[in-house]
Every structure is written in structure tokens, then in C-alpha cells.
Ligand binder design. Structure first.
Ligand SMILES: Cc1ncc(COP(=O)(O)O)c(C=O)c1O
Length: 388
């Protein structure tokens, strides 16, 4: 039997595929340093785990409201105002989701129609392109360049807009390059969105992980943008809560409604135990986040210093996230060849740049959400590999 599916054009994650290859190599007894995945190596802070245990002990084991626990939405609303300058009514303008991953899915399923055009600023997190395909939309890449600090050229962006443009996907701080969009650039994008009447999805999951004085600005806080922006954020990266699957989105009530429909039928409500823990995460303050951020900053500096001493490798210093995106073209290899050789010969798993932008074959992405010891091993293996 031939099976046709509306998902035929959608690819499985290449990063997960590298993870499976790593597992296979480990099973064969190889010692692999895993820098391919964007997952904090820290365990969730103890007070958040304790809050989840207490929630269960107090019988918080039932369905939560579809939009999420009212008290969590109120905390999120306060956080959005305090940190991001966004006003969002907890009753109608916030939706608690199962990770940012679900938030992204809701935007594409709830707001994007077949034939719509979606502008993706590449290199970009792999989900955006695949979700555009899942929605039967046309993905329109605009390629940011390394020499421009991984910011898009505004003229190229303007040229990519057509009457069919429905949505622009923005990710700041950005995976995989670590770019943090300055306010002036966001203002120009905001002006274009209003002039050409399209929506903006602003994925801000790395908001708290910024370095060297960079400042995070939420595009929804700029004049005229609240009504056309869907702001997505969550707990995975900042609070080391990847496994809890906790996120949220904020948008105008009229945009929330179609997304609520998808959420209702796909998920019903996000895990109530994780929601209770998320309330504590927001209420308890961010000293734990700051502690982890400082450690990421130390690791980032270690990699920048190490790469500065390797003539075949150059790198734009990432202002945010826990990724670094070096240019390896000085080795004479493509990103794909390099990532393959680095894994097979040196036992270090990374992701080739082509996973994030089909034109970006001179780069690899490394995650420094891994112990300093693994990073040191990776660098010494890299030096050994390049000497051969
Ligand atoms: C840019 C970006 N957005 C969203 C996600 C998904 O995060 P979550 O764990 O909250 O689903 C990731 C995860 O790697 C990411 O890098």
C-alpha cells in the first residue's frame, strides 16, 4: 500500500539523526563528545523540582485549563511586562504550551494558510522551514551573512516581501549563530511589517542567555507591533527544563483564538505538574539562571580563545544562546565534510551549517551547553585532527 501524507514534504530532524549516529558509535564503544544538541547539561534547579513534587503531593494531577493555569498566566504576564515591555492580558492574550516547540507549531497550524509565504531569516533553527512545509506554505529564505554579523540585509529582506507574505520568523538571540538583533534593526523590521502588513513570530527562548553587554529587545514592545507579533518563550533553556516541556506564547486575543483551537485538540492542556513548577521558577527569581549563564559565558570565552589560536578557523563572537558557529573553510573542507570527519575521526559531534541554511556550507554549529571538560577534550581533538 502506498501511503500519502500531508507531511510528505517534511523532513525528520537532522540534528536528531546525528544524535542517533552518536548513540550507535557509543554502542560500538567509541568515546564521543556530544556538542551537537542544544540542551543544558545542568539539572533543573532544586527549588523547581521541589515545587513539582509539592504539586503532586497536593493533588495537582488533573487537567489544567486549556489556556494554562490562571496563576501561571498571571506570572507570565508580569514577567512579560517586567522583562520585555509587553502588556498581555492573562485571560485572553497568553497561552501556556508544551515547550516552545508547541508554540511554534500552533503559529504555523493556526495562522498560516496553504500558499502563504513565510520569510525565514537563515541560518535558522531547523523547525521553522519544516513547519512552513507542514502548513503547505512557501518558505522564503533571506540569508544573513557572516560579514554582516549574521544580521539580514534590510534591502534583501524588503525584496523578499510580496503580497502573499503572511509571516516573518525572527529568533533573537538566534540559534545557530548567536546573533542578538539590535533595537534599530528590529525597528526597521517592525516598520516593514506594518507597511507591508505581515505578522511576526518572535522566538525568544534564548532571551536570558546573552553576553558581553548585548541587550535583548522584544519586537512586540515596539510601537504598533503588539497586535501583529506572536512572542514565544519558555523554560527549557534559561531554567534547564528541557524535559518538562514548558513554554508559552503571547499575542493579540484574535491571534490566540485559532491557536487555542489547535492546542485544544492536539494537547488539551499542558502538563499541570510542570505548570506548577513553572510558577515557582518565575516567582523565585533568576539567581539560578544567572549562575548558569555565567558558566556558559566562561565556556563561550574558552572556545573563542581556543579558536583564535587555530588559523584554519574563524568565528563571529556569538552575543547570545549557547552555540558558536565557526567558519571552518580554512581547513579546505566543507561544513558537511568537516562535521563528518570531526565525528568519525576525532569523536566530536557537531552540526553542519547546511542544517540551518542550505547555502551555509562553510560552518559548523557547536553547543557549549556541555561541561568545560568536554569542551577542552573537543578542542584538543580538533587540534590533533588538523595537525594530521
Ligand atoms: C530557537 C529555538 N526555538 C525553540 C526551541 C524549542 O524549545 P522547547 O524545548 O521550549 O520546545 C529550540 C530548541 O532547541 C530552539 O533552539
Amino acid at each position: 500500500m502506498k501511503i500519502h501524507s500531508p507531511m510528505d514534504a517534511v523532513e525528520l530532524s537532522r540534528i536528531r539523526a546525528i544524535g542517533e549516529k552518536v548513540q550507535q558509535l557509543q554502542k560500538e564503544g567509541r568515546d564521543i563528545v556530544r556538542l551537537q544538541i542544544g540542551e543544558p547539561d545542568f539539572t533543573t534547579p532544586g527549588h523547581i523540582i521541589a515545587a513539582a513534587k509539592a504539586a503532586m503531593d497536593h493533588g495537582q494531577t488533573h487537567y489544567a485549563p486549556n489556556r494554562g493555569l490562571a496563576s501561571l498566566r498571571e506570572e507570565i504576564s508580569r514577567k512579560l511586562l517586567r522583562d520585555n515591555g509587553i502588556t498581555a492580558d492573562p485571560a485572553t492574550e497568553i497561552l501556556v504550551t508544551s515547550g516552545c516547540a508547541e508554540g511554534l507549531y500552533l503559529v504555523f497550524m493556526g495562522l498560516v494558510e496553504p500558499g502563504d509565504e513565510v520569510i525565514i531569516l537563515e541560518p535558522a533553527y531547523i523547525s521553522y522551514l519544516q513547519l512552513a512545509r507542514a502548513a503547505h506554505a512557501r518558505a522564503v529564505p533571506v540569508h544573513a551573512k557572516e560579514e554582516n554579523g549574521w544580521l539580514p540585509d534590510l534591502d534583501e529582506l524588503r525584496a523578499a516581501v510580496t503580497p502573499k507574505t503572511k509571516l516573518l520568523v525572527l529568533n533573537t538571540p538566534g540559534n545557530p549563530t548567536g546573533v542578538v538583533y539590535p533595537r534599530e534593526v528590529l525597528q526597521q523590521i517592525a516598520a516593514l511589517a506594518q507597511e507591508q502588513d505581515f505578522l511576526v513570530l518572535s522566538d525568544e527562548v534564548y532571551e536570558k542567555l546573552i553576553y558581553g553587554g548585548a541587550q535583548h529587545v522584544s519586537i512586540a514592545s515596539l510601537d504598533g507591533m503588539k497586535e501583529r507579533t506572536i512572542t514565544i518563550n519558555g523554560f527549557s533553556k534559561a531554567f534547564a527544563m528541557t524535559g518538562w516541556r514548558m513554554g508559552y506564547l503571547a499575542a493579540d486575543a484574535r491571534l490566540i483564538l485559532p491557536m487555542l483551537k489547535v492546542h485544544q485538540y492536539a494537547v488539551a492542556s499542558s502538563n499541570i505538574i510542570a505548570q506548577s513548577a513553572a510558577i515557582t521558577a518565575l516567582q523565585a527569581g533568576e539567581s539560578c539562571v544567572e549562575e548558569m549563564r555565567r558558566e556558559y559565558a566562561r565556556r563561550r570565552q574558552f572556545l573563542l580563545d581556543a579558536f583564535a589560536q587555530i588559523p584554519e578557523i574563524s568565528c563571529v563572537a556569538p552575543a547570545g544562546t549557547f552555540y558558536i558557529y565557526p567558519n571552518i573553510s580554512g581547513t579546505g573542507l566543507s561544513g558537511t565534510e568537516f562535521a563528518d570527519k570531526f565525528l568519525m575521526e576525532a569523536g566530536v559531534a557537531t552540526v553542519p551549517g547546511t542544517a540551518f541554511d542550505s547555502f551555509c556550507n562553510s560552518h559548523i554549529r557547536l553547543s557549549y551547553a556541555s561541561s568545560m571538560e568536554s569542551l577542552q577534550t573537543a578542542v584538543s581533538r580538533l587540534k590533533g585532527m588538523l595537525k594530521k
